[in-house]
Ligand binder design. Sequence first.
Ligand code: NAD
Length: 362
Amino acid sequence: MKIAILPGDGIGPEIVAEAVKVLKALDLRFESETALVGGCAYDAHGHPLPEATLKLAKEADAVLFGAVGDWKYDTLDRPLRPEQAILGLRKNLGLFANFRPAICYPQLVSASSLRPELVAGLDLLIIRELTGDIYFGQPRGRRIAPDGAFAGAEEAFDTMRYTRPEIERIAHVAFKAARQRGRRVTSVDKANVLETFQFWKDVVTEVGKQYPDVALDHMYVDNAAMQLVKEPKKFDVIVTGNMFGDILSDAAAMLTGSIGMLPSASLNASNQGLYEPSHGSAPDIAGKGVANPLATILSAAMMLRFSLNQAEAADRIESAVQAVLASGLRTGDIHAEGCKRVGTREMGDAVVAAITKKTSKG
Ligand code: NAD
């Protein structure tokens, strides 16, 4: 097993170090190599995704990624900004399916911004299409408006587009995932306004006929946003496009108490994947040793399960995280009265201790 480790910027190096520590505690045989990505890669090599980093990622079975970005790079030309590294990796590795589970751990129910009865037992999976939509559609740019009410004024534009194969493959991923869970898929679109999403809805409906054992319903994205905060437990698998998925998955993240708890996986057709926390590089807390490393540690568990065929090791990480939460340890973002506040490193150490304790008990 070969893992490319790309810690990135901000809190990235701090949280990835904890996930690597946890992986090492499992006594698995894996090779790993670390490389620069994002703003730190731009500083060192003049590009957020240097050739050597891309090569390492392509050759690995899986990529463990921290986060990239910092406000100080916001004035760079767009192709040189740290976030472009993620888009480049997704594109070059063909990572079209993004899995974002939102699970509310019983110990963290009170950290959610919703009432406990609305989130207790929440377990939903958002599957976001990752390589199409308005984020990649061409043409895009700035120009002088050629027509319309403001013809002659400066304007910017992007293009929303999806091809049939792109929709079909993400729909298959969603229906297959639902079969392993509650057998319900909600496809989120904006078919009432956007041609692209009427097409999305039609194609998902067609694919759904091949999965008669999975219930399919459709929801407009504005309603989905409302239902996510009103009655989140009614969802099982949500499948949606790149932009709607980006927004809804962050909303779902907060339901669970903290974005610092949410792992994510981005997979291609051969199960090679990039695993990263759902949050960003959190420049506001970088270097302070207070970031929650659990989303990254849980991303490493997803990596073991989906790309490295080590489901048992993944289970061990996930139960160790549960045990640590049950013992009352909390980083600042999930802290509650009566719990012990710990930093990034202590949280990682506690997960390692829970794993080794279980191992020594046999
Ligand atoms: P963010 O997710 O970095 O931070 C949002 C808030 O959540 C901040 O208050 C932060 O302190 C907190 N937070 C995030 N992760 C945390 C953790 N593990 N533990 C405790 N608190 C945590 O989003 P942002 O502030 O909008 O963006 C910051 C930078 O990250 C920007 O440059 C943005 O472009 C980049 N970004 C990168 C990714 C990525 O690498 N995949 C994703 C989103 C944003």
